[in-house]
Structure formats: C-alpha cells, structure tokens
Design a binder for this molecule. Structure first.
Ligand code: COI
Length: 353
C-alpha cells in the first residue's frame, strides 16, 4: 500500500546560516523532520514538518521509564549530485530489534523508509560535500504516554531529523579500559541502541576524560577480563598487520553496521577476521610485544576512529602513528569512497534517492 506523507515545508530555510566549511558535529539541524505517531495500535499521521521544538507532557513516560531508542545513519552526495543513503534498511531492522527488546512497537520498514527517503530528498541541499563530511540522520522512537506508573507505554512517536556533520573524532583517540563500571551483561539490553545504554556511560566516560582519555573501552560484566565496545563505537584489533580481531556479537554489544561493513571489506581483501572473545590480557601482551599494529573503533558517526593510546591500570600503551595504519586507512578510504560514490559498491550498500 502506498504511504502518503503530509509535507509542510518551512516558510524560511535556515540553510544560509550554516557554515558548511566549519561544521561542528551535532549542533546544526536541517530544515525539516519526519514524525509519525503510534496511537491505539496503529502508526498514524506521517508528516514532514519544519524542524523545531515539540510539545511534551512533564509526565512523558520516556523521560521517567526510559523507553527511548535511536539509530544513526548517514547520507552523502555522489558526483552527479544525487543523495545516497548508506545501508538504511539495516538501520530500520536494528531499530526494530531495539524496539522489541524495550517493549516498544516495531515500525513497518516501508513507513520508516518512505519517511526517511522523502525527508532526505527534501533536505538534500543540506548534505555537505567537503571531504569527510556527511548528513547525519537520526531516527528515534520514544514513549509518549502521559502517565505515571511502570508499564510499557501505549503511545509512541517515531521521528527523524538530520544534521550536517564532519568527522566525529577529528584525531586519533586515547581510550581507557574500564574495569569498574559495567555497560551490559547477559540478559540485559547491550545489543539495543537504547538511550539508557548511553546514559549510563556518561559518568564513566566523564571520569576517564578527567584522567586524560577521550573514551572508555567497556569490559564484560562478569569478570572484566574481556573487551566489549567503546562508549561510541565497536572495536577492532590488528595483530602483526595481518590478523584482525573484533569482539563477537554476544548480545551485549551493538551489532554495528560499520562493524559489519569492515568485516566484509577485510574478508574481500583476503584478511582473516576473527569474531571472538578478546581478553584484555591478550591486548596488553600484544602492546608489550609491539605486535598491535592497528586498533580502531567503528561506528556511523566516527566511521573509523583510530586509537592512539590504550590506558590500563594506570599504564598507557602507545600504538603506531596514524599514517602507518594499513588497515584502518584502507577501511576509511574504502568506506567513505563507497558512501560518496567514488568507489564501486559491489555489495549494493548505497541507496541512491
Ligand atoms: C553513531 O555512531 O551513529 C552513534 O550513534 C554514536 C554517537 C557517537 C553519535
């Protein structure tokens, strides 16, 4: 069935206020946003409206009980000026997995895709083209019951807004292996892109910042012996420039779309990629033996975040210079090349609009 989306255009575009040469991540929003509401068991009134504040009740259940999930993807322009989305259907599917875990309704993929495509097409002029930039797209769903009491909300809103961005991490990052706080453990919601998973990371990452780190690496909630993911990305470790390892999807970590993209590209190139439990002790041994040739985070916002320093139990381990990183440089160039249509997309990851 065709989905009809009501469109109310902004009377006054703000695009002239955006300095596309100096974009700060997450601070500028494009002209429009998509919204659809879940009421009485149905998604109703899909509309694209000017970006702006929304009205909510103080008793909004998402604020009190945390039913709030989100996604992140990026849109690019190819050389012909056509807007291209990178692996958007995977984002729709992952949002629905998060929804299920959080007791929220799933959104039909066609509705998600139609809202997304029409919004990005309408705000296409906001897609920056400077090297390294993109239009970051943020779909999210939250509980809207005006009700105090712990039970799944009956009403929800799903929305999408966009922001032009540059790279999330402008330079290689310093990370600390976290051994006290826990992000997720068996049976929890680690795989979900739930707002609460980020909320609980704020204090530990702030404490790490005070110690001079940019981010933390979470370890498992049982023994703190195995690494899981960083506060903003999945993780990859490269030993002797040959063997690539990444923590396996065990329900505690996010099933990253960039993570999956990297695994495919590395396998295409003939690398061995092991998805398994990775012990902190192994990482420290590789560092001490000078064998950790590359280490990086992967995520939509960051694409590839090279890790310069790993801190563990008060000691810092320095990794090779960013320019010498064979694998992370290959991955960044290839992924960004495919996203912007400059490199052939043999996996059909890009969706031109
Ligand atoms: C993303 O990579 O899209 C995220 O949601 C993480 C955040 C650093 C923006």
């Amino acid at each position: 069935m065709a989905i009809s989306i009501k469109i109310i255009r902004t009377p006054q575009s703000r695009i002239h206020l955006c300095d596309f040469e100096n974009i700060e991540f997450g601070k500028i929003f494009s002209d429009h946003m998509f919204r659809v509401d879940y009421v009485d068991g149905s998604w109703i009134n899909p509309s694209i409206i000017p970006y702006g504040p929304i009205s909510i009740a103080p008793s909004l259940s998402a604020i009190h009980y945390g039913q709030s999930i989100f996604e992140g993807m990026k849109a690019f322009k190819n050389e012909a000026g056509q807007a291209m989305l990178f692996r958007p259907i995977e984002n729709a599917r992952r949002l629905n997995l998060s929804a299920k875990r959080m007791g929220m309704p799933e959104i039909p993929e066609e509705l998600y895709m139609e809202g997304l495509k029409q919004l990005v097409q309408l705000d296409k002029d906001w897609i920056p083209t400077k090297d390294g930039s993109a239009l970051y797209v943020r779909p999210f769903m939250f509980a809207t019951d005006d009700y105090v009491g712990v039970r799944p909300s009956l009403n929800y809103s799903f929305m999408i807004f966009c922001c032009p961005v540059n790279s999330y991490y402008p330079k290689p990052i310093r990370v600390k292996i976290e051994e006290s706080y826990v992000r997720a453990s068996t049976g929890m919601a680690g795989f979900a892109k739930a707002a609460g998973n980020y909320g609980i990371s704020m204090l530990p990452s702030h404490e790490a910042k005070l110690e001079g780190y940019d981010q933390i690496i979470w370890t498992d909630g049982h023994s703190h012996e195995y690494v899981e993911e960083s506060g903003t990305t999945n993780l990859f470790f490269v030993v002797d420039d040959k063997l690539v390892l990444t923590p396996k999807l065990d329900g505690n970590i996010l099933n990253g779309i960039t993570r999956d993209t990297c695994i495919s590209l590395l396998k295409d190139k003939g690398y061995t990629v092991e998805e398994r439990k990775i012990a902190v002790s192994e990482i420290i041994d590789w560092c001490q033996a000078g064998r950790l040739s590359d280490c990086f985070g992967t995520g939509t916002a960051a694409i590839i975040a090279k890790i310069a320093t790993i801190g563990f139990q008060g000691k810092n381990y320095e990794l090779p210079e960013a320019s010498e990183r064979v694998i992370s440089n290959f991955l960044y160039k290839t992924i960004y090349g495919i996203q912007t249509g400059k490199i052939e997309d043999i996996h059909n990851w890009s969706m031109p609009l």
